[in-house]
Design a binder for this molecule. Structure first.
Ligand code: PXL
Length: 278
């Protein structure tokens, strides 16, 4: 069985972060490992505002030692990193264990917070993680920040940003237009250093899409582990996330999550043996 590691934050509400990643890995039939960098909590009494509590580099190191004690990882995926030290630790493990298939989701800000991670973390992602990336998966805001182009408004801007992020060392880049882009389609731009590919999908008018970004990158990681080309993995990931958004779930009055099991209709999967025995 293929083994995939996510190094990311915890979203206890189960939509994004490590929880999204492990759920997605399971749907793809790959074995998921995890190392936590941070824990995100949300405050219902304060407009569902997010707070990020970082995990120490010592504790991240201990987790990564546990993960890498056995067979090599087929793919490593990174998400929210918590702080610059954790970025460095993750990068060192990836380097030391010579992991070639690395999916970098450069999480800079959560939805629901305008707060951008400390500038040092943005610098750390550029310095340590992008050069290791088989693919980087920024959304429109993150691509604007990483490329230093600022607000990206159209496909041309996305192309420019993708080229700059490729220059920073990511072998492939997919810039997610999502609903931040003023179009009626869900448009992502893929760039492999030579050609641009526009991936188009249906844009759903729903607010139940928390976790879409993490799940997209996790699905790419799982697809790569299963031997898909990077572009095939992106296309499949896009369909996987679209199904999740279409069948999103309302979690509480504040947020709705994508349903990671939607693509495979996982809610129908488990038939208890006592029901089969009638
Ligand atoms: O969607 C960005 C994100 C990533 N990782 C974790 C999160 C969030 C947003 O809430 O909680 C752990």
């Amino acid at each position: 069985m293929k083994q995939v590691l996510t190094i990311a934050g915890s979203d206890s509400t189960g939509g994004a972060g490590i929880q999204a990643d492990l759920k997605t890995f399971e749907e793809f039939g790959v074995f998921g490992f995890s190392s936590l960098t941070s824990i995100v909590t949300m405050d219902p009494d304060n407009g569902w505002s997010h707070e990020v509590t970082s995990i120490s580099e010592e504790l991240l190191t201990k987790q990564l030692i546990s993960v890498f004690a056995g067979k090599p990882m087929d793919v490593v995926k990174t998400g929210m990193m918590g702080n610059e030290k954790n970025i460095k630790v993750a990068s060192e493990f990836i380097d030391y264990h010579q992991v070639k298939n690395v999916v970098i989701d450069p999480v800079i800000a959560c939805k629901g917070t305008a707060q951008v991670l400390q500038p040092k973390s943005v610098a750390g992602i550029k310095k340590y993680l992008l050069p290791q990336a088989l693919i980087a998966t920024p959304n429109l805001d993150e691509a604007g920040i990483l490329s230093e182009l600022g607000d990206l408004e159209n496909l041309d801007d996305m192309k420019k940003a993708a080229a700059i992020i490729h220059q920073m060392g990511a072998k492939n880049v997919i810039v997610k237009g999502g609903h931040r882009l003023a179009t009626d389609k869900a448009i992502d731009l893929f760039y492999d250093g030579k050609d641009y590919q526009v991936l188009e999908g249906k844009l759903f008018s729903t607010d139940f899409n928390h976790g879409a970004g993490c799940t997209f990158a996790a699905a790419i990681a799982a697809g790569v582990a299963k031997g898909y080309t990077v572009l095939e993995a992106c296309k499949t990931a896009k369909e996987f996330v679209a199904a999740g958004i279409e069948h999103g779930v309302s979690i509480n009055p504040y947020v709705g999550h994508i349903w990671h099991g939607a693509y495979n209709q996982a809610e129908k999967r488990m038939v208890p043996s006592h029901e089969n025995n009638h």
